[in-house]
Design a protein around this ligand. Sequence first.
Ligand SMILES: Nc1nc2c([nH]c(=O)n2[C@H]2C[C@H](O)[C@@H](COP(=O)(O)OP(=O)(O)OP(=O)(O)O)O2)c(=O)[nH]1
Ligand SMILES: [Mg+2]
Length: 144
Amino acid sequence: MEETQPVPRVGVVLFVLKGKSVLLGRRRASIGESTFALPGGHLEFGESFEECGARELMEETGLEMGKADFLTVTNKVFLEKSKPCHYVIIFLRAVLADPNQVPQNPEPDKCDGWDWYDWDNLPQPLFSTLDEMVRSGFNPFPST
Ligand SMILES: Nc1nc2c([nH]c(=O)n2[C@H]2C[C@H](O)[C@@H](COP(=O)(O)OP(=O)(O)OP(=O)(O)O)O2)c(=O)[nH]1
Ligand SMILES: [Mg+2]
């Protein structure tokens, strides 16, 4: 049988903001195992970025997404797995539909749990792409 050629995949990842905090969870997944990462996942056929972000947020945290806007895009190859992965990641900034919602952890095999972390005091280690963004001075908060 012919071997399938690897292809780049598209992901949508959310900076969910509340006050000066951002929503992070410690990953239980082969890429970025044990690191603190943002909610998000793979874009499905026919989805808009916002639809994908809202679906992933609900699946991973039980939270309902409110207004979202485009922040930036990254293009990264992950070599840490036996099979290299290539992701184009769309980063959105989002708020919750109701800011009083409490994050759940419906996928405990993929994440240790979600919590709000102060942007000025982020936990370590951060997922590699997020770590690179923070180090480069990236700030997801709207400029006032
Ligand atoms: N979740 C998440 N993914 C990120 C971040 N930064 C980044 O480059 N990615 C990339 C690498 C991930 O493998 C890719 C897809 O996200 P994911 O692994 O959470 O995908 P998913 O929720 O669809 O997971 P699965 O159902 O396939 O297990 O996005 C981040 O901060 N959080
Ligand atoms: Mg995910």
